[in-house]
Design a protein. Structure first.
Length: 103
């Protein structure tokens, strides 16, 4: 799974962050068309955003979130050139982390 984000300062001094996580986000409710067997649940359950080791955002998700989830949020505090770190984990213990520089 991969993650892409853009973080930039907007006109009022706030930082606008847009995040896309490539993830199947399986609910556990669907069945494989060929075998008829249930497809196991596999979904992102936590997303966090950190700046200077301070947690600025924590989102708890469940299986109702769509495939390749998109999240947009605004932050107060960080400035252009600062780095933010975004982390995600899923219900199977997989995770991702990436650092982004605010533009």
């Amino acid at each position: 799974m991969t993650m892409k984000a853009k973080a930039k300062v907007i006109s009022d001094g706030r930082v606008d962050v847009k995040l896309l996580i490539k993830h199947p986000m399986e609910t556990g409710q669907r069945k494989d068309r060929k075998t008829g067997q249930p497809i196991p649940a596999h979904f992102v359950d936590s997303v966090t955003c950190h700046w200077n080791d301070q947690e600025l955002l924590r989102a708890h998700w469940g299986p109702a979130i769509s495939k390749n989830p998109y999240l947009s949020f605004k932050l107060d505090g960080p400035a252009k050139g600062d780095a933010i770190v975004i982390r995600w984990t899923d219900n199977k213990g997989e995770s991702g982390e990436k650092e982004y520089t605010i533009g």
